[in-house]
Design a protein around this ligand. Structure first.
Ligand code: CA
Length: 211
């Protein structure tokens, strides 16, 4: 190796490392997590054509006790094949108990009531085709708790048509009355609806402070 090249090699060896050029990323659609009781998910860029060669995952993760339902809305267009089931692009839905799909084509799939609190949606696309994709509106419900009835001289807040998992209410007494649970006076009272559809505390009384 001529001396000039040795110098060149040494200089190269001492040069600071250049940061690696990031690989072109496929559609940014992997590992999306949804924790709200309701929401909307869709294929990337919906209703524009979805990107090619993507592998998207969407996780709906609610607390145990909720049941997630999925409604396909607006339009549905995923590349299909007349004879083979979704060989190009496909949408699949998975819970801990069941698998739904694969879905493709141009017909809105029916509503799915998963009876599960965690749902994973996977969308895989191949290298060709122009299709607009899908949109899912999800909602959730849980076993309702019995409608609370305020004790005499007491009030409940907030008043709701239905109370489900994690919903709570408190009870306050009119002036001249105090909260009492059994023989115990309480400063305040709150109860939470549990996943089995029961309240975690029995209803208190409002007792006359002068008695
Ligand atoms: Ca395709």
């Amino acid at each position: 190796m001529p001396l000039g090249l040795v110098h060149e090699a040494a200089r190269w060896a001492c040069a600071p490392l250049t940061p690696p050029v990031p690989a072109p990323s496929p559609a940014l659609c992997s590992g999306q997590v949804f924790t709200a009781r309701s929401g909307v998910l869709s294929s990337p860029e919906y209703p524009q054509p979805y990107p090619k060669l993507s592998n998207c995952t969407y996780s709906i993760r609610l607390e145990e006790g909720f049941s997630v339902s999925l409604d396909f809305v607006e339009s549905f267009d995923v590349e299909s094949h007349p004879e083979t089931q979704c060989p190009y692009d496909s949408l699949e839905i998975q819970t801990d108990k069941e698998k739904y799909g694969p879905f493709c084509g141009r017909t809105l799939p029916p509503r799915i009531e998963t009876k599960s609190s965690t749902v994973t949606v996977t969308f895989v696309t191949d290298q060709s085709g122009e299709h607009t994709g899908w949109r899912i509106r999800y909602s959730s419900t849980a076993q309702p708790c019995p409608d609370p009835v305020a004790p005499p001289n007491g009030h409940i807040s907030p008043v709701q048509a239905k109370y489900i998992l994690k919903d709570r209410f408190f009870v306050f007494c009119e002036t001249g009355y105090e909260l009492l649970q059994g023989d115990l006076p309480l400063k305040s009272f709150t109860t939470v609806c549990q996943k089995d559809g029961s309240w975690d505390q029995p209803m208190p009384e409002c007792s006359n402070v002068f008695c």
